[in-house]
Design a protein around this ligand. Structure first.
Ligand code: SF4
Length: 246
């Protein structure tokens, strides 16, 4: 029995194709090889593009970093958060997905878990005085501009002002060519999925796309374009060569 790229076969593969002695590669293996090459191409492209985004961030007084994997991103993020820091979060599936929130809860940090606090206003106010604020971004342009949309505005306000350090975990799936494309991504991809996530009664949860609503449930209340950071060393972005968040 031979195992190749997850495909297990012995003479006759499970798709019923003769593997045999002809020396011809089965279509399944061909496709898998092509898939592997495709993944490598995406990885390579992301690695190169990340360098452009990092330069863009640096030109805007923000720190840019690259992690090849979620594990690398976790290690890098933890190296940037001193022990005993007060840490808080503004949502951010990507932060959860790399395992950072759990690592902080288990570690020697003062982690403010707003999901466990009954007084949501108090939790939001605590964020402004935190040492480190964690989040992602709805989109980022190739030249390092951050685009974010928010309902309650706790995330965009803390990104703009308050916490001493802001650390954003961003999958390469969120990189867009320019502000226009990034805004479209934030409005037509991120916001409708977030509205679904929170079970809101908005047109996008029924139609899957933004209808520019003024529904009482809308989460598209505040739009933040972070073009430049006035405070050096405050905003840091870890780009991860993976699909994170939405
Ligand atoms: S404006 Fe309304 S319809 Fe559009 S994404 Fe936001 S909540 Fe959904």
């Amino acid at each position: 029995m031979i195992e190749s790229g997850g495909c297990t076969y012995s003479g006759l593969c499970f798709l019923g194709q003769n593997m045999g002695k002809s020396g011809m590669m089965c279509e399944n293996i061909g496709n898998r090889k092509q898939g592997k090459n495709m993944n490598e191409n995406i990885t390579k492209r992301n690695r190169l593009l990340a360098q452009k985004v990092i330069k863009g961030l640096q030109s805007r007084n923000m720190g840019g970093y690259y992690a090849e994997t979620k594990e690398e991103a976790l290690e890098l993020a933890l190296s940037m958060i001193p022990e005993e820091s007060t840490v808080t979060m503004g949502g951010g599936m990507s932060v959860h997905e790399i395992g950072l929130s759990n690592a902080l809860k288990d570690g020697n940090y003062k982690f403010i878990d707003r999901d466990r606090m009954e007084d949501k206003r108090a939790a939001m106010l605590l964020a402004y005085d935190a040492d480190v604020f964690l989040a992602s971004t709805n989109a980022i342009t190739e030249d390092g501009i951050l685009i974010n949309i928010d309902g309650n505005a706790n995330r965009v306000s803390a990104l703009a002002q308050g916490p001493k350090k802001v650390l954003l975990i961003v999958g390469m799936n969120k990189v867009c060519i320019d502000v226009d494309a990034a805004m479209k991504r934030a409005r037509n991809v991120a916001a409708p999925i977030n509205a679904q996530r929170f079970g809101l009664s908005t047109p996008c949860t029924k139609l899957g796309t933004c209808m520019n609503c003024k529904s009482p449930d809308t989460i598209c209340c505040q739009f933040l374009i972070t073009r430049y950071s006035k405070h050096p060393g405050r905003i840091h972005v870890i780009l991860v060569n993976d699909t994170l968040g939405f």
